[in-house]
Write a protein that binds this ligand. Structure first.
Ligand SMILES: *Cc1c(COP(=O)(O)O)cnc(C)c1O
Length: 487
């Protein structure tokens, strides 16, 4: 039983123990072999655990109590924007008219849902400064790939088949080069300067006739705003390339600056970060893509259009890259994001950015006395510390992250970005109170002191969790993801 005071019993199944009861069959029995093709009919019993209802309740309840979520504690996981997800979003997503519709329903029976999608697109156009938006992509990386496919289609339509290179700064999110590769393009890295910003000289050197696009994360993964953005746009556009904005972390610039105004041609957003879709654990997400006018013809189809006061899915789009997701994208997440935008309003969204940036700078300044701060400038929504000083004392960033678990915190993102030694990427978000920030800061200061005075306590952490340090390689390479009957 998964209770910290009891010994661990992994196998709960007992032959013949039953946790369900079904009513007696009161319709004619069908012969399964007549309705299901034989290759789909199971020939052996499914090896399912046999447990009572009480056992299964305790099992899942105990597991849920072990889970760290933003509703149970502070979660400063840099770049992931683990802010509070308002519960009113859940109410909206569960309304029967949204939750119980079927993706194959006739257009005229889902006008409300299509209307919400259309309105959401309009809001995102306004927020990003783009001319059109698609809601199809299922997550950030999927949006990146979609955006790059649009850029590729644009160049190919213009006969520019040689434009195959995507310039990606070394401070970019890891998904950027990966998306470029999957889109059939090649990544060229551009270096950061000693201020943590894209080195313009290096950009001029790598840009050229073969440039398909520059892909920029802004604020970059150091939490710094790329202040030479207009000059960068000029350099890339001057060479005939497109500008791609990784807007996964729009929490930092929302209602203050718009990618469209900075000269970007394509942007993706992470509705599950900035716009409060619950995330962590792998999804579902939503990664809408916004484009400027010259890329509209290539958008994935169907495209949602409004004709008089009716909404219509348009399939007749000969230049479209195709469909990138079945049906309408992750509709439930879009309902949540729409609810969030409408309940915050423009002033609320502005306050989000201001408080996210204020919280991050407050925490950065207080922690900079105890940890190394590699780029000493104002940050945006997050900042990066280095555990270099602690490493000299034999305490690594991984140890610090594990020690935080003893205090009930989710650790920050560690060892990313790669350009900072022993990095810790901390994103407090705007939804946390000063008291929460101070409590976390105090713990971080205590850990820095422990590294000096009593390093073993950090090196051997965690001390209070049910399991200690796991073999992370084994867990990644040979995950056990489902019930397997004991032999
Ligand atoms: C989270 C993130 C992504 C990837 O988004 P997913 O939804 O996880 O695919 C891309 N870029 C940046 C900057 C991010 O923070």
């Amino acid at each position: 039983m998964l209770n910290e005071h009891q010994p661990l019993i992994f196998e709960l199944s007992k032959e013949g123990r039953i946790g369900y009861s079904l009513p007696e069959l009161d319709v004619p029995e069908v012969n399964v072999a007549e309705v299901i093709p034989s290759e789909y009919i199971r020939t052996e019993e499914a090896e399912l655990p046999e447990v009572s209802e009480l056992d299964i309740m305790r099992h899942y309840t105990a597991l849920s109590k072990r889970n760290h979520g933003v509703d149970s504690g502070f979660y400063p996981l840099g770049s992931c924007t683990m802010k509070y997800n308002p519960k009113v979003n859940e109410q909206a997503a569960r309304m029967a008219g949204f939750a119980h519709i079927h993706p194959l329903q006739e257009e005229n029976t889902v006008q409300g849902a299509l209307g919400l999608m259309y309105d959401l697109q309009e809001h995102l156009k306004e927020i990003t400064g783009m001319d059109e938006v698609t809601l199809q992509p299922a997550a950030g990386a999927h949006g990146e790939w979609t955006g790059l496919m649009l850029i590729r289609a644009f160049h190919e339509t213009n006969g520019d088949h040689h434009r195959t290179k995507v310039i990606v700064p070394d401070s970019a999110h890891g998904t950027n080069p990966a998306s470029a590769t999957v889109a059939g393009l090649e990544t060229v890295t551009v270096k950061s300067n000693d201020q943590g910003l894209v080195d313009l000289e290096d950009l001029r050197r790598v840009v050229g006739e073969d440039t398909a696009a520059l892909m920029l994360t802004n604020p970059n993964t150091l939490g710094l705003f790329e202040e030479n953005i207009l000059e960068m746009a000029e350099i890339v556009h001057g060479a005939g390339g497109k500008l791609y904005y990784d807007g996964a972390n729009l929490n930092a610039v929302l209602s203050k600056a718009r990618p469209g105004d900075m000269g970007f041609d394509v942007v993706h957003l992470n509705l599950h970060k900035t716009f409060t879709g619950p995330h962590g654990g792998g999804g579902p997400g939503s990664g809408p893509v916004g484009v400027k006018a010259d890329l509209i013809p290539f958008l994935p189809k169907p495209v949602l259009v409004k004709v008089e006061d009716r909404y219509h899915l348009e399939y007749d789009r000969p230049q479209a890259i195709g469909r990138v997701k079945p049906f309408y994208g992750n509709f439930g997440i879009n309902v949540r994001a729409y609810t969030y935008i409408r309940s915050m309003g423009p002033d609320g969204l502005k306050a989000v950015t201001e408080n996210a940036v204020l919280n991050a700078n407050y925490m950065m300044r207080r922690l900079a006395e105890h940890y190394d701060l590699p780029f000493d400038r104002h940050c945006k929504h997050e900042f990066v510390l280095s555990g270099k000083r602690q490493k000299k004392l034999g305490v690594r960033t991984l140890d610090i992250a594990k020690r935080l678990l003893d205090f009930g915190y989710h650790p920050p993102t560690i060892y990313f970005p790669l350009i900072v030694e022993e990095s810790m990427m901390i994103e407090p978000t705007e939804t946390e109170s000063k008291e929460t920030l101070d409590a976390f800061i105090d713990v971080m200061i205590q850990i820095a002191k422990e590294a000096e005075e009593n390093p073993e306590i950090v090196q051997e952490a965690p001390h209070t969790t049910v399991v200690k340090r796991l073999d992370e390689t084994l867990a990644a390479r040979k995950p056990v993801l489902r019930y397997q009957k004991e032999q």
